[in-house]
Design a protein around this ligand. Structure first.
Ligand code: MN
Length: 293
């Protein structure tokens, strides 16, 4: 019980700080500001009055705090709208670089940056838009004869576009030699030291066979950082996406019962989909919002 009371005190403190912060935000979204302040005041009152907080209330409060935080983020960046949010089908665009083409000299030449950004990245954007439109057409007319081709294009150009969006952002002319704070702590926990991490990542990059990427990723499943190589990013995923619903069509998943009749298996499978679970995954996943291009 004491722990719960302590939790309430903390939430109360958070709410008070947020109230101060929201009042200071320089935003023209006055209505939204009032709504957020109302919610914060309610939370502040609740955590002030309740003597015997219970688990259910705490869970509700966690949800409420997340929602408030999202609204505050919107309030902060509402003006410049960095989150264009939903990209309509076929409307991806080339992001502008967060620095000049010559900014990474002498480490990366102006010529490379220009070519890489305006030619290579642009062609991923165009290819992705095209694949999305072709797949939309296929859905509309119900003709999926070229689905393998267009799914491959979707993966190849999608990964290309999304990974380059990350790539430009993770570089800077004012780069620092070592991360700080929670990321550094996590790296040290998962790779034993920053030096060991750097060596591993460097080797992974050096030894990618042919073309591809070296990636530091976060696994929400194992709660760890991991280093991956992606040879040929088109095979066959769109990096930077989160799986929601997956269907195993390896033979071991159906052969004993359905023999080679995969169609029958896939059709029947729809009877056992746990949409509640997919929805839970979706609701968690939508909380991650990168700038959209
Ligand atoms: Mn590239």
């Amino acid at each position: 019980m004491q722990e719960n009371t302590l939790y309430f005190e903390r939430v109360n403190h958070w709410a008070l700080q947020m109230i101060d912060f929201v009042k200071q935000i320089n935003s023209e979204m006055d209505e939204e500001r009032i709504t957020v302040l109302e919610r914060l005041n309610k939370l502040e009152k609740l955590t002030n009055d309740t003597t015997y907080p219970n688990m259910r209330l705490i869970q509700e409060m966690e949800e409420e705090m997340k929602k408030i935080q999202r609204n505050v983020e919107l309030l902060c960046c509402g003006k410049q709208k960095p989150f264009r949010s939903r990209i309509p089908i076929g409307e991806h665009s080339l992001p502008s670089l967060p620095y000049d083409y010559n900014a990474l000299e002498p480490y990366i030449s102006t010529e490379i940056m220009k070519l890489h950004h305006t030619k290579h990245h642009q062609s991923y954007v165009d290819g992705l838009n095209n694949a999305e439109i072709k797949l939309k057409e296929a859905r509309e007319i119900g003709d999926f004869t070229l689905i393998k081709h267009w799914e491959r294009e979707l993966a190849f150009h999608g990964s290309g576009h999304y990974l380059h969006c990350i790539f430009w952002e993770v570089m800077s002319p004012k780069g620092s030699k070592i991360p700080k704070g929670s990321l550094l702590k996590q790296i040290e926990m998962d790779f034993s030291s920053f030096t060991a991490f750097k060596k591993h990542f460097t080797e992974a990059a050096n030894q990618v066979e042919g073309v591809g990427w070296a990636l530091l990723v976060w696994s929400p499943r194992s709660h760890r950082l991991e280093i991956l190589q992606s040879e040929k990013h088109q095979l066959f995923t769109q990096w930077d996406t989160i799986p929601l619903l997956v269907l195993d069509v390896w033979e071991h998943a159906y052969y004993l019962q359905y023999k080679n009749n995969r169609k029958d298996y896939v059709n029947k499978w729809w009877n056992v989909v746990n949409w509640k679970n997919v929805e839970d995954r979706f609701n968690k996943a939508v909380n991650i919002k990168w700038k959209s291009f």
